[in-house]
Structure formats: structure tokens, C-alpha cells
Design a protein around this ligand. Structure first.
Ligand code: 2P0
Length: 339
């Protein structure tokens, strides 16, 4: 694509280094939690793959108690140890490599062997965005462990270098990730929308929890490279962002839901028109979609969003909860603003 300039000059390490002291302080251990998030206006496409700078701004809702918990402590052996959901992983596994590459951006050449223990209470790699909460929790834990004293916008920008959507998981509630324009990407970070919507609900319908065949990063790169429909995506995303943000502030579920559903379907249209085609939907996903559309025809205010996977997320207000629970017996409900 020629209309999305790629600027690969700065590396992650160069950008991060500017914010670090030469020698790190080291605590005995640190703990952090970050919520996962579901995009209402999706992040789909990078203008810079090294720094994970997006083609468009996005908006998400955080998933409250669902997310990642990271514990960092000093390793008493000379080697790092990486644990995921109470299991020790090989250091050359793809998860360990991702975690340690990120940790090394901060540790640099200092010999500080660590135990990095991550626990997700969401299914890993099932389209429920565990990389978002994972990198955000890791960033928060590193900030504490090495006493980096970084402010939240910097933590968001650094998390983004681990995984784009992680920039939004530094905050809770409704969050906007501004695409930014600066060469070093430090203005490509998230901010929290200062509003509460106590009746807002998300319903998670797990169609499949197995590992998806093509990860998001590969999927978005393939889409940019091969889908002609992608040309219309940046402008649509910009328009959807404005509409979704105003619907959040006016608590208009119809406007928010319709625009979020259209945004998700448009993103999937760009994927389906990529080559080879990227079809994350399963027959069960479509069955749920048809059921939702029938319910809406019958007057139930409920809308769909989907990410790079087969699972369905429903957007609705509390008044619809009992009807939807009767229709979707396996649905897990998240109320991000519940006290
Ligand atoms: C989103 N997704 O806005 C979009 C919608 C998937 C579909 O952010 O390459 O794991 O690590 O920056 O953040 C998933 O992409 O990708 C994602 P990388 P990431 O939630």
C-alpha cells in the first residue's frame, strides 16, 4: 500500500532507552493486573511494524476482572524462568520469547535473571485478547519491579510495542487509543474516556477456545498487503470512532451497538477479501449472529462485535440481560462499571 507511509527508522530499544536510567533499581518482586479489552472501533493495520503504530485510532471497553496477572521475582538460578497459567514453559517457546524480548528492552545488558509468572483468567489465543492484558500487566509489573516511575501514557505507549491492543489495557472502562503522528510513536498511546455507563454489559459467547489458525499480527499484515477493500478502512474507522465516542457519552446503546457491529463486520470484510482469505468465523459463529439479528428484529436491543477469531461478544444494557441469558445459556457477562 503506498498511501500508508512506513517509517521503520527507530527501534523499540532506541525509543525505550530514552526513558530509562543507565542502571536499574531492582525490587524483590512485583505484581500487576491488567484487564483485557474488547475494541468497539477496531485496530486493524499497522503503519509501522517495529513500533506497532496503527493505521487508525481505536476505542475499547475493558473487561473488568477478566485479564492477566503477572508476578515478577528474582530467579535464584542463572536462567530466566517463564511460567504461564502455573506451567513452566521452555525458554524457546513462542510465548517465552515474546515475554523475554519485551523484558530485555528494559533489562538491556544487565544480568538480572527473572521468574516471570503470568496467569490469564481468559482463554489464551481464542480471540479474547490475552496479548493485550498480558503485555499491559507485564509492563505494569516491570515498572514496579525496576522502579521505572513511568507515567501512564508512557506505560501505554511501551505496552503498545509489545502488542498494539495492550496500549488500551493500561486503563479501565472506555479507552481510546490515539493513532498519533510522531516518528517515535510516543503520542500513539491510550487515554481513558472520563465516563461511566453503569448499565453497560458485554456478553462473551465462546464458540471455540482452540488456538486460532492465523494470529492477528499475520492477519492484519496479510490484509494490508492483499485486500483491495482495505483502502476504505482508515476512513471508515475514523468516522466510526467519532460516532462510537459520541454514543458512549450520550449512553445511546443503539448508536453505539450499530456502529460497533458495522465496524466489526467491515473489518471482517477486509479479512475475507485478503488472499489467501482470512475467515475466522465458524458455522457456530454465524448461528449466533443469526440468532442475535432475529432477537433484534423482535425488539431486543443487542449488538455484535467480533475480533480475529470465531467468538462473539454481545453489547447490550442490563435491561436485556434476562432475555439474553435465556437465549445464550453459556454466555459470560461482564459489567465493566459494576461496583
Ligand atoms: C483490536 N485486534 O482492536 C483488534 C481487532 C484484533 C481485531 O488488536 O500485532 O494482538 O500485537 O499489535 O494487538 C489484536 O491485535 O496485534 C487486535 P499486535 P494485537 O482489538
Amino acid at each position: 500500500m503506498t498511501n500508508h507511509p512506513v517509517n521503520e527508522q527507530l527501534t523499540k530499544a532506541q525509543v525505550i532507552n530514552r526513558y530509562l536510567k543507565p542502571k536499574l533499581a531492582v525490587k524483590e518482586s512485583a505484581d500487576a493486573f491488567a484487564s483485557s479489552n474488547i475494541a468497539l472501533c477496531k485496530y486493524w493495520g499497522k503503519r509501522n511494524g517495529e513500533l506497532n503504530l496503527p493505521v487508525n485510532s481505536s476505542i475499547s471497553i475493558s473487561l473488568g476482572h477478566l485479564g492477566s496477572h503477572t508476578h515478577i521475582s528474582l530467579s535464584d538460578t542463572n536462567e530466566d524462568q517463564v511460567r504461564l497459567n502455573n506451567q513452566a514453559l521452555a525458554l524457546d517457546s513462542s510465548f517465552s520469547k515474546k515475554v523475554l524480548n519485551f523484558v530485555n528492552l528494559f533489562r538491556r545488558d544487565q544480568k538480572i535473571p527473572l521468574i516471570i509468572d503470568t496467569r490469564n483468567n481468559i482463554p489464551t489465543a481464542a480471540g479474547l485478547a490475552s496479548s493485550a492484558s498480558g503485555f499491559a500487566a507485564l509492563m505494569l509489573a516491570l515498572n514496579d519491579f525496576f522502579d521505572l516511575q513511568l507515567d501512564k501514557t508512557v506505560l501505554s505507549a511501551f505496552s503498545r510495542m509489545g502488542s498494539g491492543s495492550a496500549s488500551r489495557s493500561i486503563y479501565s472502562g472506555f479507552v481510546r487509543w490515539n493513532m498519533g503522528v510522531d516518528e517515535d510513536g510516543m503520542d500513539s498511546c491510550a487515554t481513558q474516556l472520563e465516563t461511566q455507563w453503569p448499565t453497560f454489559c458485554i456478553g462473551l459467547i465462546k464458540v471455540s477456545t482452540t488456538q486460532k489458525p492465523v494470529d492477528s499480527r499475520t492477519g492484519m499484515n496479510r490484509t494490508i498487503e492483499t485486500s483491495h477493500l482495505y483502502n476504505s478502512w482508515p476512513q471508515q474507522a475514523a468516522e466510526d470512532l467519532t460516532s462510537i465516542e459520541s454514543a458512549i457519552f450520550s449512553q445511546d446503546i443503539e448508536q453505539l451497538g450499530a456502529c460497533a457491529e458495522k465496524n466489526a463486520m467491515s473489518m471482517h470484510a477486509t479479512m475475507i477479501s485478503a488472499w489467501p482469505p482470512l475467515v475466522y468465523w465458524l458455522p457456530e459463529s454465524l448461528a449466533v449472529m443469526h440468532k442475535v439479528w432475529q432477537l433484534r428484529e423482535a425488539g431486543v436491543s443487542v449488538y455484535i462485535t467480533m475480533d480475529a477469531g470465531p467468538n462473539i461478544k454481545l453489547l447490550f444494557e442490563e435491561q436485556q440481560l434476562s432475555v439474553l441469558e435465556a437465549e445464550f445459556s453459556t454466555m459470560e457477562v461482564v459489567r465493566p462499571f459494576a461496583k
